[in-house]
Design a protein around this ligand. Structure first.
Ligand code: 4AD
Ligand code: MG
Length: 445
């Protein structure tokens, strides 16, 4: 017979019908004559109660997978349950042999993270995964509705877009192959591509190429950074939403795009995914910022506030710390803050200069999380851009071509998807916003 999802059985349409479900046992209570089983199948954070006479239930434990069929009824308390005539074991779960999650216990995220392959079985992390999916779709839908075209930018690339030297190299793991392919006159150690090859740190440069024909474009894929820091906010592999738009020469217009998108997508999640949000948040989340205007302040003013109002010292080398970023959002009443017009030396080569010292760049800082978006207007003068390209990024003649043939002003940004999820889901550690996190010393499964 056809399997019903538990989500579909929690509302009343199917009351009085014979139903068939499959899922995992979350809780188990045995009485003299009857057994109660709470079953979850991943369609919702809620479980559905199965009640069955004891003789119809095989020897099961919490964690085992089962199927059950019977009548969908309502209890005296008004909850839907299945009065099962048959319960069958699909796969047992031996709690004695190392299953790490005991029934009805809440574990610290750090403990759960030691079992990445079993982590989706926990109620909170299953909610994170459903929300991640919902947010991913909401972003695609929003951008589609606003006529942006999704471009698949490459994962293997010859450039280090951000110029921060945080790249991972890509070389075949086959010395014989490399020897066979090596050409005498090619200066690179990568005989497979005859050029340097990295995992991408950003799809921006390729996205700009597409923007010069398709106008409004975005990419949304995995991004790799050989970050030296182990922090609550950094991953070695994360997802980044990047957007690029042609004929855009006013930074405020770009900030409008970011602000509208974030508000729209978040409102969408709050409307459609509230029970998952409730399940996964580790703290009470404050969403009032959705209805407020995001603050927009020049970098100079931010520096002044941090130094003179918050009495912190800001190193001119490393710029604002995470603590400074969060403090700034608190200073403005827990509202996201755009910091605009950055010192040139703190930002990458491709940004448009507004004077000798500053570029038309922005960072968006969010309450509790700090930077979640970074972007800028792009330098669209061939001469200026050529002068700014660093030696280490020598293979960018193609990028300069964009300024030679039908150049237009463009602007764009990148939003760290897991940082966004941290903000909206109220999750402390970025590693708990991605199914299989990678960070220094951690890439075992
Ligand atoms: O500020 P970033 O480095 O900007 C860029 O890569 C631009 N090329 C984007 C563009 O204009 N198209 O990175 C953008 C965002 C950051 O604001 C942050 O949210 C996230 O990516 N991010 C990380 N998230 C998790 N782990 C890391 N190691 C991250 N590094 C950056
Ligand atoms: Mg940045």
């Amino acid at each position: 017979s056809q399997t019903s999802s538990i989500l579909s059985l929690l509302n009343d349409d199917k009351l009085g019908q014979h139903v068939f479900i499959q899922g995992w046992i979350k809780a188990l209570r045995k009485q003299k004559e009857v057994t109660f089983l709470d079953i979850n199948d991943g369609s919702t954070p809620k479980s559905l109660q199965i009640v069955s006479s004891k003789k119809n239930v095989p020897k099961v434990t919490v964690g085992a997978s089962v199927s059950a069929s019977g009548l969908l009824k309502q209890t005296a308390k008004g909850q839907n349950e299945v009065s099962a005539t048959s319960v069958k074991m699909i796969g047992e779960c031996d709690l004695e042999k190392g299953y790490p999650f005991a029934p009805r216990k809440r574990y610290e995220p750090q403990y759960v993270r030691e079992y990445l392959h079993l982590r989706p079985r926990t109620k909170t992390f299953a909610s994170v995964l459903r929300l991640r999916h919902a947010a991913y779709l909401a972003i695609h839908n929003y951008l589609h509705q606003n006529h942006y075209i999704n471009i698949h930018t490459p994962i293997i690339t010859a450039n280090d877009c951000e110029g921060a030297g945080e790249t991972f190299k890509v070389v075949p793991d086959n010395e014989q192959l490399l020897k066979n392919m090596a050409k005498k006159d090619v200066p690179f150690d990568n005989a497979y591509f005859d050029t340097k090859a990295y995992l991408t740190v950003s799809g921006q440069l390729h996205l700009e190429a597409a923007a010069h024909a398709l106008n409004k474009v975005y990419c949304f894929g995995p991004t790799f950074r050989a970050e030296n820091s182990i922090s609550r906010f950094h991953l070695s592999e994360f997802y980044m939403l990047e957007l690029e738009q042609a004929f855009l020469d006013d930074l405020d217009d770009l900030l409008d795009v970011v602000e509208k998108m974030i508000k729209h997508v978040t409102a969408d999640l709050l409307e459609h995914n509230f029970s998952d949000l409730e399940t996964c948040s580790q703290q009470k989340i404050e969403y009032s910022w959705i209805d407020k205007e995001f603050k927009r302040i020049p970098h100079e003013e931010a520096l002044d506030i941090v130094t003179n109002k918050l009495n912190k010292t800001v190193s001119s080398k490393t710029g604002f710390t995470k603590g400074d970023e969060v403090a700034l959002t608190h200073y403005f009443g827990h509202v996201p803050v755009f910091i605009i017009n950055w010192p040139k030396e703190e930002k990458p080569f491709y940004m448009k200069q507004i004077n000798d010292d500053q570029v038309a760049a922005f960072d968006l800082l969010a309450p509790s999380v700090g930077e979640i978006v970074g972007g800028s207007l792009r330098e669209n003068s061939y001469e200026k851009l050529k002068a700014q390209i660093p030696e280490s990024n020598s293979q960018l003649d193609w990028y300069l071509d964009l300024r030679r043939f039908g150049s237009v002003p463009t602007g764009g940004f990148g939003m760290g998807f897991e940082r966004y999820l941290q903000l909206v889901l109220g999750v402390q550690t970025i590693k708990d916003c991605i199914p299989f996190p990678r960070w220094p010393h951690n890439c075992k499964l």
